[in-house]
Design a protein. Sequence first.
Length: 466
Amino acid sequence: MIDKLKPLLGDIRFWIITFLLLRLIGITNPPLETAHNWRQTTVTMVARNFLEEDNNILYPRLDFAGEKTGITGMEFPILNYSIYLISEVFGYTHWYGRLINLLISSLGIFFFYRLVEKYLNEKTAFYASIVLLCSIWLPYSRKIMPDTFSVSFMMMGIYYASKFLEENKWGSLLLYFVFTLVAGLAKLPVLYLGSIYFLFLFQKDIKLINKLAFSLISGLLLLPIVWWYFSWVPYLVEKYEFWHFFMGKDILTGIQEIIKDFPLVIKIFYQSSIKFSGFAMFLFGLYWMFYSKQRLLKWLLLITFSFFVVVIFKAGWTFAHHAYYIIPFVPIMALIVGYGLAELKSKKIAVSLLCLIALEGVGGQFHDVIIRDRNAPMINLEKDLDRVCGRKDLILINSGKYPTPMYFAHRKGWVADNQEIQKPEYISELKTKGLKYIIILGFDKKIDLDYKVVFSSENYMIYQVD
């Protein structure tokens, strides 16, 4: 029986499908899980506004800009627009975003496997792909966020670039262009992986005409990316007077913040990315890579890490405090782990260590499918607001900088903390801009306001201010 199962268990497609099915558990859950639900609801807000207000992809809009349009500069909304397009056919629901990301991210694992298999061997590719599946990739590949989504497209682009450069398949050049363009537009930092192409361009056996064509196409695909992030995004922010998207900071400030939060930065690498057992095997893979003089991996790590350090410094404090910033580098880490496992003489030991890494990875992150008790009441916020106010009425929510409740309110307005809301002059100013209702949520310290209560529950109070 075991012998019959061996071919199946050794097929990466089986594990990709298995992990896809695993992540379908709770796929329809509202974006209220523990980590970064706020980041997901900023994606869903934009998608819903494409459907309900204006479907021009060049003008993404959020719901917490108060009396303003909500139009702002942000990542190119390709994931958001994909949700919108499906919603046009089937009606809107948030979990389309989860499913889209899950499917693309599963396909990305397959292309990662094909790349590693092509340049190293099948065993390394298999081990590295399992490690990547069980890494931080596991929870974030089912979130409504563009991180694993963009990395997956980037890996597709790298695969087809290699097909063109080394096998002279010109049709692959078009696929490289499309996939890399999508990747870079969806998430700018993922382009650091393009540093891998230095390894190709310095290969003597690749035709000069191929290198020139590749360089030309690469320059062309960068044009819309540069235009969007460095021309259109600032234009939208200036014209519509609402800033939301983080474009990084100057390198010197970022370096200072990284040094200050260095223990947290290191923790991102050894805990958030591939967990403790995975990181221990990563260190072994590094050691063996240098001991065995594996030139390809050494150059790959040196080049990619050098460019990723720039991403880290540009992010600064944000990198240390938001785990998903490590996602573009995790495939490189998984590759080193896979190499270390494949180099072990005992297959039983290698498989045992792989199982340990997988168990820690799944066990340490699968809790993310659970909705936190304090977040669950927000599911009813829209329904309760419908009882007392119109859909166009502007509201204020005491959620600080946390925009998730505004998404579930299905309205527009402002978010602020309790201290700000208790200032009469602040409320007076917002009333001149159209504020009608204030929602005081119960998951933070409640405050009492001297306004008419139109709805009350243990979870939140709704006040009418006009």
